[in-house]
Design a protein around this ligand. Structure first.
Ligand code: NDP
Length: 492
């Protein structure tokens, strides 16, 4: 049997100006495998001096070129080469991601790492094919728009999909001609750290891609969001961190794009096809142990089918195999860290205090000996009639889902919109008019009808309300990572 135990302790350095370097303060922190608590890496923590060097290297690489000044086709070819190298190394990267995050290896191998490669290739292609606007004024003047690179970008990503989410930002950042300082979450830095050597091998000039490691406040995260050489910040993470970053970036007026938390309503109407709705709702609730911003963590079910839905959903949850992320057939691994485990499991007590009905789970699963220290929780299902209960309102970001009954479409909409978040929503119905009507009234950035997690990289992606600021995806990403310039020419 394959085990999660790694054979060698890794040392993860900072990647600054084309070189892997040690922290100038000699400070290192540990990273654990969440399935076993085994220490798998020691990571160099960037001091202010290190962050300053990374930001200055990115500035020099931006100002002096040749990244910004080379032809678009040359630049795009190098980004596409990065994508190819990722695919060539996908087993190794997926293995590392599974070990670091605790996600099932096949999910990393078959979905996330190929998607990471696609993120880079897509934006290289997209930039080459993008047409710019022109506005002729009679026959006297011609206006045309150019999208020019903006400068140095801070790219900050969370721990749930580290490699995939970093490349989602790095693709458009580089394709537009900017340079980057990247910081992954301190709990999961292993795969993102490889982006330095991958960029080097692809021929990307030194200083264009820098990767630093560290924590948030009073550490690398804060330094890279206040540094005067940074022009823009693309951040994915918690809503409260977004607020802190906006404040920190305000003094130097940095442009920001935020993808933040969510608490999606997954609304199941009585005419829904349950054959499809049940397995996909299970995925939406428990994929990546529920640590997905787009998770369908509140399932609103019409009362006439509520009991049937509960029985079938419970049965499907009981069939999920919780276990070793590195083993074939595992559907769900642990949550990412001890700190997060404490947060997630604190909701078991909250649910009990709120008189929620436990339908399934709520305990540590029975696991083999080598996983006895892992941060595991069974897939957990509650029924809660009160949509204002904390488990129906707060982003738990773990394998806990709340089922809420409703009677009418109006009531479903009221419950769905009764939240500070607005990242996404899911609707299950065979009634076409209702599908459109409800989609228009749910206040969220993405609505999936009779599906979930289907992503086309051309479409706008982001949140309403406290789920985000701005949009990324397709031309939205390019607009964020560029300055639009209008040129007006007299034709006569
Ligand atoms: P956090 O907000 O805690 O951290 C995200 C990143 O920000 C980490 O790299 C973190 O570093 C860094 N950071 C923390 N504080 C600061 C600061 N003051 N200044 C600069 N950087 C800082 O999020 P999590 O890692 O806990 O990720 C989970 C969250 O991400 C959930 O809310 C989830 O919904 C959201 N998310 C949103 C997505 C979306 O597309 N909308 C997609 C995926 C996740 P460190 O880890 O070292 O503290």
């Amino acid at each position: 049997m394959m085990s999660t135990t790694s054979t060698k302790l890794k040392e993860v350095k900072l990647y600054i100006d084309g070189e892997y370097v040690e922290s100038s303060s000699n400070s290192l922190f540990e990273v654990k495998n969440p399935a076993t608590q085994e220490v798998i890496a020691k990571v160099h923590e960037a001091s202010y001096e290190d962050v300053d060097r990374a930001c200055n290297a990115a500035r020099r690489a931006f100002e002096e070129g040749p990244w910004r000044t080379m032809t678009l086709s040359e630049r795009s070819a190098k980004i596409r080469r990065m994508a190819e190298i990722i695919l060539e190394r996908k087993e190794e990267i997926a293995r590392l991601e599974a070990e670091d995050v605790g996600k099932p290896y096949p999910v990393a191998l078959e979905r996330e790492i190929p998607r990471a490669a696609h993120n880079l290739k897509f934006f290289a292609d997209f930039m080459e094919q993008k047409a710019n606007e022109s506005y002729p004024m009679d026959d006297e003047y011609l206006n045309y728009t150019r999208y020019e690179p903006l400068g140095v970008a801070s790219l900050i990503t969370p721990w749930n999909l580290p490699f995939m989410l970093t490349t989602w930002k790095l693709g458009p950042c580089l394709a537009a001609g900017n340079t980057a300082v990247i910081k992954p979450a301190e709990t999961t830095p292993l795969t993102v750290s490889l982006l330095g050597e991958i960029a080097k091998e692809a021929g990307i000039p030194d200083g264009v891609v820098n990767v630093i490691h560290g924590f948030g406040p009073g550490s690398a995260g804060e330094y890279m969001t206040t540094h005067p050489e940074v022009d823009l910040i693309s951040f994915t993470g918690e809503t409260s961190t977004g607020k802190a970053i906006m404040k920190n970036g305000a003094a130097t007026l940095k442009k920001v794009s935020f993808e933040l938390g969510g608490k999606a309503a997954n609304i199941v109407f009585e005419d829904a096809n349950l054959e499809k709705a049940i397995p996909i709702s299970i995925q939406a609730a428990f994929m990546n142990s529920g640590q997905v911003c787009l998770a369908g963590s509140r399932i609103l079910v019409q009362r006439s089918i509520f009991d049937e839905f509960v029985d079938k959903f419970k049965q499907a949850a009981s069939e999920l195999k919780v276990g070793d992320p590195q083993e074939a057939g595992t559907d769900m691994g642990p949550v990412v860290s001890e700190e997060h485990y404490k947060k997630v499991t604190s909701y078991l007590k909250i649910a009990e205090e709120e008189n929620s009905t436990l339908v399934y789970g709520g305990k540590r699963p029975n696991l083999p000996e080598h996983l006895k220290n892992g941060y595991y929780l069974e897939p957990t299902i509650y029924i809660q009639e009160n949509p204002n209960a904390r488990i129906s309102q707060e982003e738990i970001f773990g394998p806990i889902v709340t089922l809420i009954p409703f009677d009418t479409e109006e009531e479903a909409l009221e419950i769905a919109n009764n939240t500070d978040y607005g990242l996404n929503g899911v609707i299950w119905t065979d009634n076409l008019q209702r599908a459109h009507r409800v989609s228009h009234h749910v206040r969220a950035g993405t609505i999936w009808v009779n599906c979930w997690f289907v992503r086309d990289l051309r479409v706008p992606f982001g949140g309403f309300k406290k789920s985000g600021v701005g949009r990324e995806g397709g031309s939205n990403s390019i607009e964020f990572f560029t300055e639009a310039k209008n040129i007006c020419i007299a034709l006569k």
